[in-house]
Design a protein around this ligand. Sequence first.
Ligand SMILES: [Zn+2]
Length: 311
Amino acid sequence: MIKQRFVVVAVLLATFFYSCSEDDTNLVEVPEEVPIVPPEEIIRIPVVIHVINPPSFPFVISDQKIHSQIDVLNQDFRKKNPDHVKTPDEFKDLVADVGIEFYIATKDPNGQPTTGITRTESDISGFSGDDITGELPIEEYKLFFTNKGGKDIWPSNKYLNIYIADLSDRWGRLGLAGYAHFPDKDPRVNAVVIDPRVFGTLQPLESEYTLGRTATHEIGHWLNLKHIYGRDGSCDEGDEVDDTPDQKSQNLGKPVYPKSSCGGNEMFMNFMDRVDDDTMYMFTKGQKDRMRALFNEGGARRELYLNTKEK
Ligand SMILES: [Zn+2]
């Protein structure tokens, strides 16, 4: 009996001291360069848009169209997209305000004023910024080099570089909507590539891609997110995020909830599945944590984060 009472007192004392010390930490001045970025801090990333336009069939990417895409990103990464309310009840508590915003760069790499948009006439394909063999030297990712027919990347530790470039298949139709390089990719090619037919919300656009969600998805990859579905139809190979349910394979088009695999309902409305633009509308809190971990001390986009704070 005495022993039990002692334990209760000890727990009460411990609680008291714990809450005191918690209060004390609030009084400590937070250093400028915090090793862990607080979850409520809004991170603002400058973006440069490189439009690579084929002279033979130029597409129209107006400044307005570019701004329409930035608006989409600032909704989707801030849980301000009106359609997030469509999230099914079982996933509603998981929907995250990722706390990341994007803006068109106002200073170029030399610190001079800029529109944040470059325009290049070239027949080079968007596919030349990627390498499916895994053996290509970085200098041969031609899309990212002016002297190879592309456009030089701006420092990827200071900007998110988005290339708008043709990703047609061999019949001239949309072959791929976009792709992105993960944070650990060589900085000389560390960028996102989007086809003009799926970029922004102003016409002309492909019918399944009218809401600018290709860029949301690809920037998710650029911020280290994997697809929410397993590879090769497996439930095991997940996305390393705890709060996205296991899912056997990708969804395309407009699936209808509920749809299940791997013992639960699929979260196909997640930005990291591959459904139509109007069928995806949420990131989870676990995905938010994974993305933002990049900006902590030792994270792969730590330098970018510190550079966003430069005046
Ligand atoms: Zn993807």
